[in-house]
Design a protein around this ligand. Structure first.
Ligand SMILES: Cc1ncc(COP(=O)(O)O)c(C=O)c1O
Length: 415
């Protein structure tokens, strides 16, 4: 593959060129078939080329490709906004803006929180990920590769340890860090917002501790801080619910969505309480392409399909096949590098441990390559790049899912 005209800063995981895809299968330019457990990094919860999405997109292309909503509204944007109000399980009426990417949704959430509170401070979490644009990347709880060599970044931003049954941090430890923050780093009344992923994606598929989420909600209510849940990777069915915050029993003030929202077309959203979303002056939100008509047509279908489907059943089915394979690999004792299973529903990670022969990250990198040779495409995550994240479409046929898991087992044998 000739990458001579591509910036080397794009860290390409698999050196092959995909030509076509169907649900959980893809074919490269040489005609080789792979099972796709990357899913466009969580974009393809409904798989490659879902027939209802394809039909809606084709119809839309023939009718209206684009209108800049800020200038001249179009029906697709209005319908997506209305559909989101029904689809996102919060207790208040939802007001939204559509964006092109998750990072753009994050940026706009920061603007809304600043305008609504008149404050600037942001609290984010170790190992969190919210995008690669300048303000968003400063929220990421990881320096390399996001912050190196970029100088001063928009702040102030403070990071807390992420409490999870999947990490070594519990709710009390995270609360203690929060208390320290307000004693040592910043007055609480200078904090505009707290941003957190209900299940960390890039950070290694780790579920936020529900008890801590409840405490964050109380703190935000008491001190007028905006609570933002980033559901860009965990939303649209991945966790076995429409949004992962349903597992926490806590609702956010603002929700970030993206990735699987439009089944592969570039669309994301910032949605939340009207009084917050209206805090910015007219003209302060928007964008030329954001809420593109074709992407909106796809998003409408995604929400229809997901509303009519049993997401819990999809999540349970995938969870049980992955958990069975993981149990088998651990029980066999042949793969000492295979550590614990993280995450929830169909948002599952497998930690790769250090052994006498290699670090967990080295094992995982070797696995990625061997698994590709065996016929399945995989993606790493985690601060140390030692967590395998599994993102097959939720619609993956059980046979194909098992075939992909068997390819992983075959690859494990080679480590
Ligand atoms: C939780 C989360 N937030 C934000 C983003 C950024 O989204 P995008 O790549 O669409 O800008 C991502 C992307 O991986 C993500 O996983």
């Amino acid at each position: 593959m000739d990458l001579s005209h591509i910036s080397s800063a794009l860290g390409i995981v698999h050196s092959l060129c995909i030509e076509r895809g169907k649900n959980a299968e893809v074919w490269d330019e040489e005609g080789r078939r792979y099972i796709d457990f990357v899913g466009g990094i969580g974009v393809l919860n409904l798989g490659h080329g879902h027939p209802a999405v394809v039909e809606a997109v084709q119809r839309q292309v023939e009718t209206l490709m684009h209108s800049a909503f800020n200038a001249i509204p179009h029906r697709g944007y209005l319908e997506v906004a209305k559909a989101l109000d029904a689809f996102v399980p919060v207790s208040y009426p939802l007001s939204c803006m559509l964006t092109n990417s998750g990072a753009e949704a994050t940026e706009n959430a920061l603007k809304v929180a600043r305008a609504a509170t008149g404050r600037q401070g942001v609290i984010a979490f170790d190992d969190g990920f919210h995008g690669r644009t300048l303000a968003a990347l400063n929220l990421n709880g990881k320096v390399k590769p996001y912050k190196n060599g970029l100088g001063a970044l928009p702040g102030p931003v403070y990071h807390l340890p992420f409490p999870s049954r999947d990490s070594d941090i519990d709710a009390d430890q995270a609360m203690a860090a929060l208390e320290r923050l307000f004693e040592v780093e910043t007055p609480i009344d200078e904090v505009a917002c707290i941003i957190v992923e209900p299940v960390q994606g890039e950070g290694g598929f780790r579920l936020l501790c529900a008890d801590f989420a409840a405490r964050l909600r109380c703190l935000c209510d008491r001190h007028g801080i905006v609570l933002i849940f980033d559901e860009i990777q965990s939303g649209f069915g991945r966790s076995g619910r429409r949004f992962a915050f349903s597992h926490l029993g806590v609702e956010p003030d603002l929700t970030l969505m993206g990735k699987s929202m439009a089944a592969g077309l570039p669309l994301a959203a910032l949605a939340g309480r009207r009084e917050l979303m209206d805090a910015i002056v007219k003209g302060g939100l928007g964008g030329t392409y954001s809420g593109n008509a074709v992407a909106c047509a796809a998003a409408r279908v995604v929400m229809d399909v997901m509303s009519e489907s049993n997401l819990r059943e999809w999540g349970d089915r995938q969870e049980s096949l992955i958990a069975d394979a993981h149990r088998r690999w651990q029980a066999s004792r042949r793969f000492p590098m295979v550590g614990k299973l993280t995450g929830i529903g169909a948002m599952r990670g497998i930690v790769f441990e250090d052994t006498a022969t290699a670090t967990g990250s080295e094992h995982l990198m070797a696995l990625l390559s061997a698994a590709r040779d065996a016929g399945v495409l995989l993606m790493p995550s985690g601060r140390r790049r030692n967590v395998l994240r599994l993102l097959p479409p939720l619609t993956t046929e059980p046979d194909i899912l098992n075939e992909g898991l068997n390819c992983i087992e075959q690859a494990l044998e080679t480590l």
